[in-house]
Design a protein around this ligand. Structure first.
Ligand SMILES: NC(=O)c1ccc[n+]([C@@H]2O[C@H](COP(=O)([O-])OP(=O)(O)OC[C@H]3O[C@@H](n4cnc5c(N)ncnc54)[C@H](OP(=O)(O)O)[C@@H]3O)[C@@H](O)[C@H]2O)c1
Length: 360
């Protein structure tokens, strides 16, 4: 049973023996190297040094499956104790994979992203497998994201808010590292961020003469490159989750918020050059990722979603002639229902809010 790849063990394995079960962090990783092993035990940063010292031997003893373990404590890290030693009997618990699923909503400060976080925390009926799971919300300015902070307060321990600007790769990588270290899995990645208009910066073009290289670049960087770079940073975690959860029947999914106006085949109105073409590029990039993921033994499903027209800041200036304007609640509920029905063979498809396939 002692493989060579990292194994992940979870707090429930040690909680009954811990005097302070609630203070254990969620990550408890073991790496095996033949008969040698390393255990990484993430502990809550607020846990006192004395508490850590008291809890660690119990944890190691349970992880090794034996009270006759021979681990020497090697080093301290701020919130992580690393122990190294020879393995006795890991097999009893090493195959466990935590059943608490993790969703990440990228672009969660407002609009549809905020609503995705709200419904995932509430426990969407459409996706019961995610109910009770952990949600990660990323946004440019967590300190200003008051609605997210309120959700974190009303759902203690279930929401992690991380900074991420899709135009800043360092923040993307830092968020990916934080999720891997803190939660160790990622089951659903929702790339929601998108820009259509920004006062004094970006205006959807009504004619060819109004297109600028700046508007094209900003739209491509945010709407097309952003979701790609985020998915790339999380690729390893998504793939390892898909492998570990292979027997659960619940797929690992990347869903990118696109827009019907990005469909080249559907383009009859013209205009909106930057937004349209950035969403067309997003569709192509998502399809390409879907094809690449599909070659793996435990593929991650990648899809594009068109939410319909929903009442958010993005659509505010363009709502006048919209025949059916969805509330964010309804738009997100509809999209979660689509995600709930996804199967392996659906990867690479572009879904509208009503479940119909959008040609692109
Ligand atoms: N609403 C609709 O009817 C509709 C229709 C079709 C497609 N969509 C697509 O659905 C998605 C969500 O739209 P929405 O209506 O919810 O838009 P929204 O209300 O305007 O919200 C846009 C979100 O994107 C974030 N964002 C912008 N630039 C960012 C960057 N560089 N890095 C990280 N986050 C950034 C914003 O964060 P800040 O708060 O920091 O600005 C905000 O959270 C978009 O991709 C949009 O194209 C929406």
């Amino acid at each position: 049973m002692c493989g060579h790849s990292p194994q992940r063990l979870y707090p429930r394995h040690i909680s009954e023996c811990s005097t302070e079960p609630a203070t254990f962090g969620p990550i408890w990783t073991r790496k095996n190297f033949g008969t040698e092993a390393q255990i990484y035990l993430s502990l809550d940063a607020s846990m006192s040094l004395r508490s850590r010292l008291r809890v660690l031997p119990t944890a190691i003893s349970l992880a090794s499956g034996s009270s006759r373990h021979a681990f020497q404590h090697q080093q301290w890290k701020p919130s992580c104790r690393v122990a190294t030693g020879s393995v006795h009997a890991f097999s009893a618990i090493a195959s466990s994979f935590d059943d608490k699923r993790v969703s990440l909503v990228q672009g969660a400060s407002r609009g549809l992203g905020l609503e995705f976080v709200t419904q995932l925390l509430r426990g969407s009926q459409a996706l019961p497998s995610l109910a009770g799971g952990h949600v990660v919300a990323t946004c440019r300015n967590p300190e200003k994201a008051e609605a997210l902070q309120e959700l974190a307060t009303s759902h203690p321990g279930r929401l992690t808010i991380l900074p991420l600007d899709v135009t800043d790769e360092a923040t993307i990588k830092a968020a990916a590292t934080a999720v891997k270290t803190k939660l160790g899995r990622l089951d659903l990645l929702l790339n929601v961020t998108g820009v259509l208009h920004i006062p004094d910066v970006l205006t959807p073009e009504t004619s060819l003469s109004k297109v600028t290289s700046e508007s094209l670049l900003l739209s491509f960087q945010t709407n097309a490159m952003g979701p790609l770079l985020v998915t790339q940073a999380f690729e390893a975690l998504l793939s390892s989750t898909a492998a570990n959860a292979a027997n659960s029947g619940d797929p690992v999914v990347v869903a990118n918020l696109s827009a019907r106006v990005g469909s080249i085949e559907d383009n009859r109105l013209g205009g909106w050059y930057s937004y349209r073409s950035s969403k067309s590029a997003l569709n192509q990039l998502t399809r390409t990722m879907a094809v690449d993921f599909a070659r793996k033994r435990n593929p991650v499903i990648c899809v594009m979603l068109h939410p319909g027209t929903a009442d958010t800041d993005l659509t505010k200036p363009f709502q006048k002639n919209v025949p059916e304007l969805f509330t964010p609640e309804r738009a997100v509920k509809q999209l979660l229902e689509i995600l709930a029905g996804l199967k392996k063979e659906d990867t690479g498809k572009f879904y509208a809010w009503d479940g119909k396939i959008v040609p692109f």
